[in-house]
Design a protein around this ligand. Structure first.
Ligand code: S3P
Length: 172
């Protein structure tokens, strides 16, 4: 079905700390749409933080939960702004579901800019814990392939969240 992008839910993807949540909130306010942070929704519904879900059930179980919640949201909502966890697109099902039903927008940030944000987010992301800077860079690079599945990209490294949100609103 060729539903125009502006009539779909908006799905924000990109690496941890790229600004999905920050830009998503600004964008939702700008468009008068509902904003949903999928990680936050999962931790509220499961009654434990994402870090604990990882620790207790493992990454693969968390990826399956993400797929379920994202799938449900895509069908329950019509014009929401959804911020996805940075690893959600590792699952092909999740990628294809979003590409077919939502407007998928990549928050793109070059490594040189991203690495300056690392100290701010390191402790709150289970996937970054116990990794060296080199291992984190390798993870960043290996993730770039999954982020190539999108409809529109914005530079989230060198402009304000307000400017990035405006670019998305203009594109829609
Ligand atoms: C993850 C990103 C996190 C969260 C989890 C795993 C990842 O979300 O889902 O810690 O594998 O990239 P953010 O991208 O919102 O930090």
């Amino acid at each position: 079905g060729a539903v125009p992008y502006r009539e779909r839910n908006i799905v924000l993807i990109g690496f941890m700390g790229a600004g999905k949540t920050t830009i998503g909130k600004v964008l939702a306010a700008k468009l008068s749409r509902e904003f949903i942070d999928v990680d936050e929704l999962i931790s509220t519904e499961r009654g434990m933080p994402v870090t604990e879900i990882f620790r207790t059930f493992g990454e693969e179980a968390f990826r399956r939960m993400e797929k379920e919640y994202i799938g449900e949201l895509c069908f329950q909502k019509q014009d929401a702004v959804l911020s996805l966890g940075g690893g959600a697109f590792l699952k092909e099902d999740t990628r294809e579901l979003c590409m077919a039903n939502a407007a998928v927008i990549l928050m793109d940030i070059p490594w040189e800019q991203w690495k300056m944000r690392l100290p701010l987010i390191r402790d709150s992301r289970p996937i970054l814990q116990n990794k060296t800077d080199e291992e984190i860079q390798a993870l960043y690079e290996s993730r770039q392939a999954i982020y190539q599945r999108h409809h529109f990209r914005v530079d989230a490294g060198s402009q304000t969240p307000e400017a990035a949100a405006q670019e998305i609103a203009d594109w829609l």
